[in-house]
Design a protein around this ligand. Structure first.
Ligand code: GLY
Length: 286
């Protein structure tokens, strides 16, 4: 059975303070999904999630990489994570500056003994690998910062399973904007990005809520205990709603099901392809 599947997201509440409408986000995701799908077929799940997230980071519409929001002191500090479901290995970068693709820093850290780096040391590490100095600040984000605009959310992510049944999950974020300098988001924690042999999850939404709920691992443990992916997501989001937590997530399981969900009042934009075909839409309340 071909279980190949890929799902990508462009954040929850990504439209806050932004000039663009749902259609712009959907158009971008519809372009990026097939490009990453081709990579999945050719080079497997790791390469596909990395390519999807790189393309999302390059698109200034999304709050990750180029077009990241700025922290209160006017600096863009970005975070990203990658997890290999087969090896059960997580790597991540927190508050890295001046790189084009934070996800590539997280990927490089996957080969290191110490697999999560933060702050100036993370930036130095990235540049020591030969990654070019890159200014991720767009005029739009600068104007947003000058208006002291904070969002609640904004992140990108991808989860895939390849023909060999290998699951990888990846997430990248510019944070919420106008946050305290040095704030740590959920993305480079196992609450925001998680994969094991049976499921991969990438979250978006209010980072503090995602961490409080251990959202990605909560879904993964449910699936590991035998719950169907859709039921695991539903149960998790019902619990999130009871606590008024605000987030969305995307996931792929070992059977090649790609699913997404959002807690009440949250809109997650996503696109997916699996054996049931290609789907894309806003999930949650628009
Ligand atoms: N989920 C992204 C953030 O809170 O920074």
């Amino acid at each position: 059975m071909n279980r190949t599947a890929l799902i990508i997201h462009g954040g929850a509440g990504a439209r806050e303070g932004i000039h663009s409408g749902k259609d712009d986000y959907a158009r971008s995701l519809r372009k990026i999904l097939p490009a990453a799908w081709d990579v999945l077929a050719e080079d497997g799940a790791r390469a596909a999630v990395l390519q999807a997230v790189r393309l999302l980071e390059d698109d200034p519409l999304f709050n990750a990489g180029f077009g990241s929001r700025l922290q209160m002191d006017g600096i863009a500090r970005m975070s990203a994570a990658l997890m290999d479901g087969v090896a059960g290995r997580f790597s991540g970068v927190i508050n890295v500056e001046r790189v084009r693709h934070p996800i590539d820093v997280a990927a490089a850290l996957g080969g290191e003994r110490h697999r999560v780096l933060a702050g100036e040391h993370a930036t130095r590490y990235a540049h020591s690998l030969g990654m070019q100095d890159f200014d991720p600040v767009t005029p739009h984000r600068m104007a947003e910062h000058q208006r002291r605009l904070a969002g609640d959310t904004g992140t990108v992510g991808a989860v895939a399973i390849d023909r060999q049944g290998r699951i990888w999950a990846a997430t990248s974020t510019g944070g919420v904007g106008f946050e305290a300098p040095g704030r740590v988001s959920d993305s480079a924690t196992v609450a925001g990005t998680y994969a094991d042999a049976g499921v991969g999850v990438s979250c978006t939404g209010v980072g503090e809520d995602i961490v409080d709920h251990a959202a990605a691992t909560r879904v993964a443990v449910r699936v590991a205990d035998g719950m169907d992916l859709e039921a695991a997501i539903r149960r998790t989001l019902v619990e999130a709603d009871r606590r008024r937590l605000e987030y969305g997530l995307i996931a792929v399981d070992g059977d090649g099901q790609a699913r997404a969900g959002s807690s009440a009042g949250v809109t997650t934009i996503w696109a997916a392809r699996d054996r049931t075909g290609q789907r894309d839409f806003m999930d949650g309340e628009g």
